[in-house]
Design a binder for this molecule. Structure first.
Ligand code: NAD
Length: 285
């Protein structure tokens, strides 16, 4: 039996349409246009593509995006000063600094400088803490997108075994919290996990966010499991692949996300959602 292919492209398009309608309503009723400032330091080609896609998605949803490009050799202090300036700008509701930045810039300090209420990536310790303590406000886009995909797939989460491979701050850790709040029994795996397969093969929900192509093979997946592949890996031939060996895993799983066209499009859709939510909250205050 072949697994259901979870269509992230369609889910993201539906979501973007919904957000576009809400943005329009906000403009009509409150005269406010959500604004997102995207700061790119340097000229990393992959980052340039990500940033371009974010601006395009904003434009299509009616969100005002500000493109801030700083040269590769910009000193750390100048990036901090730029973020502080954006913190004070009432037309900017969301701030995103494209990571990674060049060596001289301390990413952690940059994240800590962003005003928590404008931190649409949800990486600021205040937002992380709120998520951990059960008061989520600004939730990181990729794990939030994964939850939306699980929702549209219609999978029942309560009481299920969920295994997450990868423990990063931007995906693995917040993903664990979000699944826990849906009453899953959560297992987190990482590079030091002794027997990865033992943990993945009992998962009803398996999320892989590692960055190793083909890491998750069919023998590591429980029959009927829902498999979410967050990994994005560029292969030698220039093509993209996830962490999951899609062709073989789809013969065992109940549902699986493809790469590309799975989690990736959801991340940008959730960035728009977070920018819209930040704008609405700014009106309340
Ligand atoms: P990261 O490098 O910060 O973390 C990788 C994690 O994988 C670490 O916690 C590490 O312990 C674990 N790991 C490494 N090797 C392992 C192994 N052999 N077995 C088990 N665990 C192992 O990465 P990240 O930023 O969380 O990103 C992970 C992947 O997800 C990357 O491919 C990245 O490109 C992708 N990603 C995709 C999106 C999206 O929008 N789809 C967003 C963010 C990240």
């Amino acid at each position: 039996m072949s697994a259901e292919r979870i269509d992230g492209k369609k889910a993201a398009a539906d979501l973007r349409k919904e957000i576009g309608a809400e943005v329009k309503k906000l403009k009509e009723e409150h005269g406010v246009t959500p604004g997102l400032a995207v700061v790119l330091v340097g000229e990393d080609p992959a980052s340039q593509v990500y940033v371009r896609n974010k601006h395009r998605a904003c434009k299509n949803a009616g969100i005002e995006s500000r493109d801030i490009r700083l040269p590769e050799d910009t000193p750390h202090s100048e990036v901090v000063a730029k973020v502080k300036e954006l913190n004070e700008d009432p037309q900017v509701h969301g701030i995103l600094v494209q990571l990674p930045t060049p060596e001289q810039v301390d990413d952690e300090e940059i994240i800590n400088t962003i005003a928590p209420e404008k931190d649409v990536d949800g990486f600021h310790p205040v937002n992380m803490g709120k998520l951990l303590s059960g008061q989520p406000e600004m939730v990181p886009c990729t794990p939030k997108g994964v939850m939306h995909l699980l929702d549209v797939t219609g999978v029942e989460l309560e009481g299920k075994e969920a295994t997450i491979v990868g423990r990063s701050n931007i995906v693995g850790k917040p993903q664990a919290m979000l699944l826990l709040y849906e009453h899953c029994t959560v297992t987190m795996c990482h590079s030091r996990t002794r027997d990865l397969s033992e943990h993945t093969s009992r998962a009803d929900i398996l999320v892989s966010a590692v960055g190793v192509p083909g890491l998750i093979t069919a023998d590591m997946v429980k029959e009927g499991a829902v498999v979410i592949d967050v990994g994005i890996n560029r292969l030698d031939d220039g093509s993209l692949a996830g962490d999951v060996a899609y062709d073989e895993v789809k013969e065992v799983a109940g549902a699986v996300t493809p790469v590309p066209g799975g989690v990736g499009p959801m991340t940008i859709a959730m960035l728009l959602r977070n920018t819209l939510e930040a704008t609405k909250r700014s009106l309340e205050h």
